[in-house]
Design a protein around this ligand. Structure first.
Ligand SMILES: *Cc1c(COP(=O)(O)O)cnc(C)c1O
Length: 227
């Protein structure tokens, strides 16, 4: 695993070099869903700084087992409103806000804990029905509504393009997310930042970096295939 992790880090560095970006501007989220706690522990020992989890219950179990580690946890899966209460304490960033209802509930839970929860909005750029996320034309109104929720801090956008065998084919989706973020940024909405772009997975993270990703979510390339 250490070798695979180092190979991914090296590919991130090279993608940054190719596109004239500072390697410090891209953070690796190691997606540890379905991986047992002991494997996750080894990944952290090997240099992982951020873990990405998709399922609340699974993440809670691992979080309890790995409480001694100094590592940041990000929530990247679809979040049900009734689970929002578990997320606030545990995750430094929620990548997957996909409705105003969820945003309001997360804000309420963060308020109860006197916290400000950093979040990203998930955009369904490809309009696939099977994917969660908000359609591109609904982003601006949602951003304006999330902006006024005092216990959320909107930091950017996330997307998941369709799966392609050739990574190059994901490029238009990543480019569109980056353009959307620039457009939202130019509106100068108070309390809204678009500094984070969460895009790119094992098959296509280099393309995503070339198009401006600041967070890449990589599972298989680090941990091997999931069962
Ligand atoms: C599983 C998952 C990933 C990681 O996918 P890999 O192809 O294993 O790198 C990234 N993002 C999300 C939202 C995921 O659910």
């Amino acid at each position: 695993m250490k070798q695979r992790l180092q190979a991914v880090m090296e590919r991130i560095r090279q993608a940054c070099e190719r596109s004239g970006r500072d390697p410090q501007s891209v953070r690796l989220v190691a997606v540890s869903k379905t991986m047992p706690a002991e494997r996750v522990r080894r990944a952290v020992a090997a240099g992982v700084r951020i873990l990405g989890e998709n399922y609340v219950q699974e993440a809670r179990d691992k979080y309890a087992q790995l409480a001694d580690l100094s590592v940041s946890w990000h929530f990247i899966g679809h979040l049900q409103t009734n689970k929002a209460k578990y997320v606030v304490r545990m995750f430094d960033l929620v990548h997957s806000i996909d409705s105003l209802k969820l945003a309001r509930e997360l804000d309420r839970q963060a308020a109860r804990r006197e916290r400000v929860q950093p979040v990203l909005i998930q955009v369904n750029i490809s309009r696939e029905e099977s994917k969660s996320g908000v359609a591109t034309e609904q982003i601006e109104p949602l951003v304006r509504e999330v902006a006024v929720l005092e216990h959320l801090e909107l930091q950017g956008l996330m997307t998941m393009p369709p799966f392609f065998d050739q990574p190059e084919r994901t490029r238009p989706y990543f480019r569109e997310l980056a353009e959307l973020a620039r457009r939202i940024e130019s509106l100068n909405i108070p309390r809204v930042s678009m500094k984070e772009l969460s895009m790119g997975m094992s098959g296509d993270f280099e393309v995503a970096i070339e198009e401006g990703a600041t967070l890449v979510r990589v599972g298989t390339a680090i941990f091997g295939a999931r069962r």
